[in-house]
Design a protein around this ligand. Sequence first.
Ligand code: GTP
Length: 345
Amino acid sequence: MHQTKQNQLNHMLTLRIVELTIITLICAIFIRPLLSEVHSYFFWIELIDLSLATIFYFVIRAGFLDKWKVTISLISSNLLILPLLAISGGVNSPLAFFLPLMPIMAALIGGRIESLVIGIILISAIVLATIFGNVIMDLNDHVYSNEKTISRSFWLIITIVFSMFFGRFFLQKFTELTDQLKDENLQDPLTNLLNRRGLSYHLEKELNKADINSPVALLLIDIDYFKNINDVYGHDIGDLCLTEVAVILKAALRKNDIIARFGGEEFIIILPNTPKTEAITIAEVLRNKVSQETYSEFKLPLTITLGVTESKRENDTTLKIIKRADKALYKGKDKGRNRVEISEN
Ligand SMILES: Nc1nc2c(ncn2[C@@H]2O[C@H](COP(=O)(O)OP(=O)(O)OP(=O)(O)O)[C@@H](O)[C@H]2O)c(=O)[nH]1
């Protein structure tokens, strides 16, 4: 789910970058000749470039390209631009000003490695264009200045390196931020357990992995008579009790088990690769641990009731499995609370 959102963002970002490139090229073709005299070479080169960028734009828009194919296209369009750059005057070409944008584009669309690869290609091309600067300039019949070419190459390389670092830095910040948002989005702020959204995400994943040999067990847990705590001691003590119960439940679980606050005073525990018989033993352990502790500064005793179920072979859904556990839980409440009940099917 989150991967898809990230892909959509990358896709949108790629389109914006290519749109900007197209706008810049249109300005270069139609507006620049009004401001100064431009060699006809540039017109044709920029027209070819514009056609490439437009094709690239529609191919991306149609969604034909995944991340790697976009990166490969970026690298190949770089390689295509380089000969155009050579015949338009090498590092002295106005096209050269586009080059420092490339590593940033590659970092945003592809990643760190892509940005590094493109940066290295460009720097090597600039070094070559400087060594053969004289020949390139002859093609374009401009007056060639060795010092000017070297100075331009120097600054271009500096800006490309800078752009590689900036791309990397931006990517790092972007990843940190999206990870943080992802965590916050899936976390219950009171108990720091997964929230309902996080639970659905993990439960769906585990149900897809489950089969006859490795069923998923689910425990629905409800704190007994919790309303009394709120009514007598206040909501803040109620909150404290909830957090303390969450800590006890979490500490008793195995590494791969998943715990979430389902809402209010209800928790759900997903036990991957666990048959119902084993889940019942775990549920009893949890029930005992919770009832053996006392909670908050008032040393309040608490008990829990648990409904236990396991995944079915076919067509099980997050909704169905939770509903089965819920039925079992309410059977436990009816039978007097502080107990483990198993779903019938
Ligand atoms: N402090 C606190 N209380 C909450 C929170 N969420 C739900 N509650 C309270 O939890 C209580 C749940 O009460 P009930 O559903 O009636 O059930 P109960 O009193 O636990 O009784 P049984 O479940 O039948 O054993 C309500 O008083 C809610 O206000 C919360 O985030 N913090």
